[in-house]
Design a protein around this ligand. Structure first.
Ligand code: ADP
Length: 198
């Protein structure tokens, strides 16, 4: 299973990624988590990413793409993966397509988790009180939502045109949202089987 999880900051991607990846026994790969780990360890990658992250801006594509290419080359991704928070720009979409094409594999589905902006801001502010993430201040949250709407939101249409997109409502209990995602994936693969039948 090769899956992407897309959606605005605060939609619950990280929470759902962990559950869904476990269900399909594939690694959950979060670019945000990898960047944060590098920042914490003060690696060269962390040093170059930190300023962008703290401002709510995207880390430049060359840096992000190289990191993801490296991660997807690891053996644990051979049987599939769930990418959370990548791709977020057209250049990242192109890079991922190229990586998969070289390996002769394809994406199975792209899940878009949706939630209304007020809910997103209140969830992120609540998380900042609990976890104190450097980019969870109100001004940076607003900037992250803006960047998402301008740069990443429009990418969903491209995946819809490739018949890969499943849009799921991210509001509600964690379990409910998980069931919605699994349901959407099941109906997508059933549809695919039906259309590819002889
Ligand atoms: P969120 O989606 O809630 O903003 P993430 O943990 O996924 O949080 O990402 C945190 C930050 O890491 C982003 O604001 C950005 O600076 C950086 N980042 C993560 N993924 C990418 C990506 N695919 N491209 C560029 N920057 C990224």
């Amino acid at each position: 299973m090769r899956l992407l999880l897309m959606g605005p900051p605060g939609a619950g991607k990280g929470t759902q990624a962990a559950v869904i990846a476990e269900r399909f026994a594939v690694p959950a790969i979060s670019t945000g988590d990898i960047f944060r780990a590098n920042v914490a360890q003060r690696t060269a990658l962390g040093v170059s990413a930190q300023e962008y992250m703290n401002a709510g801006e995207y880390v430049p594509d060359e840096i992000t793409n190289a990191m993801v290419a490296d991660r997807l080359a690891a053996g644990d991704c051979d049987g599939g993966f769930l990418l959370d928070g990548y791709p977020r720009t057209p250049q990242q979409v192109a890079e991922l397509d190229a990586i998969l094409e070289i390996s002769g594999v394809a994406l199975d589905a792209v899940v878009l988790l949706e939630a209304d902006p007020d809910e997103l801001v209140s969830r992120l502010l609540a998380r900042s009180r609990e976890q104190g993430r450097a980019d969870d201040t109100e001004a940076v949250i607003r900037r992250r939502l803006e960047v998402y709407a301008a740069e990443t939101g429009p990418l969903a249409a491209g995946y819809a045109a490739r018949a890969l997109l499943a849009t799921v409502d991210g509001l509600g209990a964690v379990d409910e949202v998980t069931e919605r995602i699994l349901g959407a994936l099941t109906s997508m693969s059933a549809q695919r089987t039906a259309t590819s039948a002889p």
